[in-house]
Design a protein around this ligand. Structure first.
Ligand code: PHE
Length: 449
């Protein structure tokens, strides 16, 4: 990012724009969350809904956020202020802040797992037992402990804190620009490996063959939540990033590339996991622990498994870092700009909140923080994705489609008429398809229709 006359940072290059937006989108959502959500929701039917939602509902919402962010060059709050929106709209920003803090709290727990697994992989312990070992047990032992899950969560929060408070995101971005393409290469290699596993066919059928009898409202809302979580939309994250775009950034193209790459990585993760699930005898409905149980078995049967797994988990850690940085950006800029405190103080405030709730989420697996059936981890995970992000998506698209001046929308989408864009189709999607589609899915999940 370079500084402009307006004193607000901007992305310096086209590559920087894409890399940062994709860096926010691609993370644990694709590699950890997508496979287990698909697994618990019946595979193919979920996958189909997920892809449909990314295209029909996700892309219009990304574009709405892009338009609002670049037009106002402000955060989620400042954006409504600059556009002189009535007070009620500010509720959306508050919801975004809450969502970003909730997501960061459980995200840090899973990112902590990636640190632990990088450590196990580098020391060769992860794959030492071969693919016949039951990796579910060793993972359960780790997550159900009292101290370890908390320590790794805190470690990740500390790393995020240092990066955000020192403003060295740029450095991380540079590292991630090199590592992410490499992660992609590893994912493709692992995919090919999975395609040759004995039960590859069964795994692929599970993932790609929709069984419509499994299509319940739970599956549909799960797919919607996953699409929004994975694209980092509905909470002002893409809006904040777009506030750093310059006048030349092509919004439609950037949205398309981001959604395309994000979905591709999720599908690759699915193709890696499900053949292995069936081959090594794991259960597809294991839930949040699925990927961490199955992947060690995959690496154990791979020649050079220790090296592959070290690289893989380290890159997953970096991918989760670039994602949590984008979440922190939402609440840290909010605290700094709206409470008029320094960036250092606002980073402390944000990290402090995540620290408390992250610890509660980390202790969910041992049951220590559970209140009866209530698990902080599950609640934060489900409530943010399946409630807050869809509601935020409705709000943002209604605002961009119905409240925002039509000419502003057109000028943003076409860079003041210098770039081509299917403005009418996009406007229809933003005005009607996205809000109505999300509302229908949401209402059905509540049993209203
Ligand atoms: N999209 C990120 C991922 O897939 C998670 C995220 C959600 C990031 C919301 C920012 C905001 O891992």
């Amino acid at each position: 990012m370079s500084t402009t006359k307006k004193q607000r940072a901007q992305f310096a290059t086209k590559f920087g724009v894409i890399a940062t937006t994709v860096g926010s989108a691609v993370g644990l959502g694709n590699i950890w969350r997508f496979p287990y959500e698909a697994g618990t929701h019946g595979g193919g039917a979920f996958m189909l809904c997920y892809i449909a939602f990314v295209i029909l509902l996700g892309i219009p919402v990304i574009l709405s956020e892009f338009v609002l962010g670049r037009r106002t060059h402000a955060n989620f709050f400042g954006c409504f202020r600059k556009l002189r929106a009535s007070r009620g709209w500010y509720a959306l920003s508050y919801m975004g802040i809450i969502a970003s803090l909730m997501i960061a709290s459980f995200y840090a727990v899973v990112a902590g797992w990636t640190i632990k697994y990088t450590q196990l992989a580098v020391t060769g312990q992860l794959t030492a037992g071969g693919d016949g070992i039951n990796y579910s047990e060793s993972f359960a032992q780790f997550t159900q402990g009292t101290w370890q899950p908390v320590i790794y969560t805190l470690l990740f929060i500390l790393i995020n804190h240092l990066v955000v408070s020192r403003g060295v995101q740029k450095g991380i971005e540079r590292v991630s620009n090199v590592l992410m393409p490499l992660l992609f290469v590893i994912l493709i290699t692992l995919c090919i490996n999975s395609l040759f596993l004995p039960k590859a066919g069964e795994g692929l059928r599970f993932l790609f063959q929709p069984d419509f009898s499994k299509l319940t409202s739970k599956v549909v809302i799960g797919a919607l939540g996953q699409a929004f979580f994975s694209l980092s939309i509905g909470l002002g994250c893409m809006l904040t990033y777009a506030s750093y775009f310059n006048g030349e950034t092509r919004l439609v193209r950037t949205a398309g590339i981001t959604a395309g790459l994000d979905t591709l990585v999720a599908i690759l993760a699915g193709v890696i996991i499900f053949p292995a699930v069936f081959t090594f005898g794991y259960s597809p409905v294991a839930g949040p622990t699925l990927v961490f149980e199955v992947l060690p078995a995959v690496f154990a049967q791979l020649p050079g498994g220790a090296a592959w797994s070290s690289l893989f988990f380290f890159m997953l850690f970096v991918a989760s870092l670039t994602s949590i940085i984008s979440m922190s950006e939402i609440n840290v800029t909010f605290f700094a700009e709206e409470l008029h405190i320094s960036r250092r103080k606002s980073t402390w405030l944000s990290s402090g909140i995540i620290l408390i709730f992250g610890t509660l989420c980390a202790l969910s697996f041992s049951g220590l923080s559970n209140i009866g059936e209530f698990s902080f981890f599950n609640f934060f995970n489900d409530f943010s994705s399946n409630v807050l992000l869809p509601l935020g998506g409705i709000g943002v698209s209604v605002f961009a489609g119905w409240v925002l001046d039509k000419n502003i929308l057109r000028n943003q989408l076409t860079n003041n008429g210098t770039a081509k864009a299917p403005v009418r189709i996009i406007r229809t999607a933003i005005r009607y398809i996205a809000p109505a589609g999300i509302a229908v899915v949401f209402a059905s999940s509540l049993g209203l229709i």
